[in-house]
Design a protein around this ligand. Structure first.
Ligand SMILES: Nc1ncnc2c1ncn2[C@@H]1O[C@H](COP(=O)(O)OP(=O)(O)OP(=O)(O)O)[C@@H](O)[C@H]1O
Ligand SMILES: Cc1ncsc1CCO
Ligand SMILES: [Mg+2]
Length: 264
């Protein structure tokens, strides 16, 4: 796993990541992307999202506080990105909470070529149509195998799927990897998953292999979480530390990697 080599390459390229994200986390996502070395732009107006998505290195669609005008703008941005071969990340935040979100996500997946679907277990369970007790935008609990969910949703949508949690699962349908890096405090700060979606966008923008670059994003992001938790045990200061640790990530952290690839 050449995760830190990929991090270095990403930093050199400083990819422009067009985020159409939610109102709760926009500032957090922009700061986190800057800290790790990417270049964020947030833009939502239907009049400008097409050209912006076309010149970006990646487009991230996050439905956390979606409204119909933003959804319509996402379709415009998504089609522009697809036309130019700009990869798209979809974060189906809270997709299980309403029929409205389910319908929107179904349309996005039907109309756009999505490179990566990244969400927590509750969100991916909804896409996999398996029983799960999601808890609003939080992952909740369920019995179904996360690795199977990742594989199935990947195959069904012909994209890479990443499920976050205590152990992250990443699959493109043919390959499967798990990542144990990360820290419980990451669940006590809002937008840690949303920022991870942005960081995945930065990594997939600068690497050919979607699966490998998604894996590298999860590994390095989880390591930043572990290092931040060593420095601060409470959510407020953890959040600040986490930004610093995204900035400080380097090849010296290689020995912290806790990830493995499984044959399927
Ligand atoms: N219990 C845990 N232990 C260690 N790391 C965790 C744990 N839960 C989540 N993480 C890590 O936290 C990050 C965010 O994952 P999480 O599942 O909380 O995203 P999310 O629910 O989409 O977040 P949000 O919607 O609030 O942005 C990931 O890097 C994941 O590996
Ligand atoms: C709390 C919350 N509500 C809608 S989006 C969001 C941020 C985490 O996804
Ligand atoms: Mg989320």
């Amino acid at each position: 796993m050449k995760s830190f080599e990929q991090l270095r390459r990403m930093k050199q390229q400083s990819p422009l990541v067009h985020n159409m994200t939610n109102q709760v986390v926009a500032n957090h996502v922009a700061n986190g992307l800057l800290a790790i070395g990417a270049s964020p732009i947030m833009a939502y107006a239907k009049e400008e999202v097409g050209p912006i998505a076309s010149l970006a290195s990646c487009l991230v669609l996050n439905i956390g506080t979606i409204t119909t005008p933003i959804f319509e703008a996402m379709l415009i941005a998504g089609h522009a990105a697809n036309e130019k071969g700009v990869p798209i990340v979809l974060d189906p935040v809270g997709v299980g909470v309403s029929r409205y979100r389910q319908k929107l996500v179904k349309t996005l997946l039907a109309e756009l070529k999505i490179s990566l679907i990244r969400g927590n277990a509750g969100e991916i369970a909804q896409l996999a149509k398996v029983p799960w007790q999601a808890h609003g935008v939080d992952s909740g609990t369920g019995q179904y195998s996360m690795k199977k969910m990742a594989q199935e949703v990947a195959l069904a949508n012909q994209s890479v799927v990443a499920i976050s949690g205590e152990r992250d699962w990443i699959s493109d349908g043919k390959r499967l990897a798990s990542v144990d890096n990360g820290h419980q405090l990451m669940t006590r700060v809002t937008g840690m998953g949303c920022l991870l979606s942005g960081v995945c966008g930065a990594f997939i923008a600068s690497h050919q292999d979607l699966f490998e670059s998604t894996l590298a994003a999860h590994i390095t992001y989880g390591i930043a979480g572990e290092k931040a938790a060593m420095a601060s045990p409470f959510p407020g200061s953890f959040k600040e530390q986490f930004m610093d640790q995204l900035f400080l990530l380097n090849e010296g952290d290689q020995q912290r990697i806790k990830a493995s690839e499984e044959k399927i």
